[in-house]
Ligand binder design. Structure first.
Ligand code: 0O2
Length: 273
């Protein structure tokens, strides 16, 4: 039998995971920068270990020739959401992208697995550009809530501990826990709009503070040090009031002041040309 070059096979998958992690993290950042609620809470990714690939090949009777086609999760991305509703938003987001093409969707939310497992899987085609040219490969994206992830991680560990032969009492407890997860996600859905509101407010506040600090720094560099120190003192006072309206009013006034200061700087430069 020929030597099987695992590293050669898995390197493009490693690249795909790294690229997709960056892309999904950027989506999250973009939402937050705009002061919007992000349906993506966190992202994780991995290339399947050789041991786990071999196990799956054996379990499903997959040959080395069929490996890349039939083991669809050589590259795996896991997207964690806060609420069940966000899962749908993430799937829609993926379907609109031009850099990945959905091959298959597996809905284990409406069709929960017998184990109690709930998650939404999307298998996508994704192209990586390697030094050897472009390579189109499959990536499995698992999308689930934090509660579903807690259950799946625990169950996975227990499966490992008991080598896939879970004792009856453990299976029973896992079923109870899976039901509790469904209830928890359902309850959380009811407070979703309130939590989303709180998060949007907090992001808006963070962005506003960033803008204010940027303007104060601008004033300082525009030869207006004394003014900048005065404004900064006033900012600390307003900040302590913990009142968003006051903070917004202050930011608007500072904007006007900064505009004026910028105009003066330009005038100053023009005069000295
Ligand atoms: P690992 O270690 O996570 O890579 P199957 O035939 O059900 O085993 P299939 O047909 O490859 O799996 O596709 P499916 O059902 O979409 O499952 C792919 C992955 O989903 C699994 O990969 C798990 O990560 C996760 N998953 C599926 N079912 C369960 C479950 O009952 N419990 C937990 N904890 N995870 C599950 P692997 O290769 O099995 O494992």
């Amino acid at each position: 039998m020929e030597t099987f070059l695992w590293k050669e096979l898995l390197d493009p998958y490693e690249q795909a995971v790294l690229e997709l992690l960056t892309k999904f993290n950027n989506i999250e950042r973009e939402y937050k920068k705009k002061g919007l609620y992000s349906p993506i809470e966190s992202v994780d990714g991995r290339v399947k270990s050789v041991a786990s690939i071999l196990d799956k090949m054996q379990r499903k009777n997959i040959s080395f020739e069929d490996l890349e086609e039939k083991v669809e999760d050589l590259a795996g991305i896991r997207i964690i959401c806060q609420f069940v509703e966000d899962i749908d938003a993430v799937v829609r987001l993926i379907s609109r992208r031009t850099d990945m093409e959905i091959r298959e969707e597996r809905d284990y939310l409406t069709r929960q697995k017998a184990s109690g497992y709930r998650s939404f899987h999307v298998i996508v085609w994704y192209t990586v550009n390697t030094v050897g040219g472009p390579k189109k490969l499959q990536v499995e994206i698992q999308i689930r809530t934090m509660a579903m992830n807690f259950w799946a991680t625990t169950e996975h560990e227990l499966q490992y501990k008991y080598k896939g032969e879970l004792p009856e009492h453990v299976t029973r407890e896992l079923t109870r826990a899976a039901d509790a997860v469904t209830v928890l996600d359902d309850v959380m859905s009811h407070v979703r709009s309130e939590i989303m509101d709180a998060q949007t407010q907090s992001t808006l506040r963070l962005n506003l503070v960033k803008e204010i600090l940027g303007n104060i720094e601008g004033l300082y560099h525009a030869e207006n040090k004394r003014e900048a120190i005065k404004v900064q003192k006033e900012f600390y006072r307003i900040y302590q009031m913990d009142n968003m309206d006051e903070l917004e009013r202050f930011a608007k006034q500072l904007d006007i002041l900064s505009e004026g200061s910028r105009a003066q700087s330009v005038e100053h430069i023009v005069r000295h040309l």
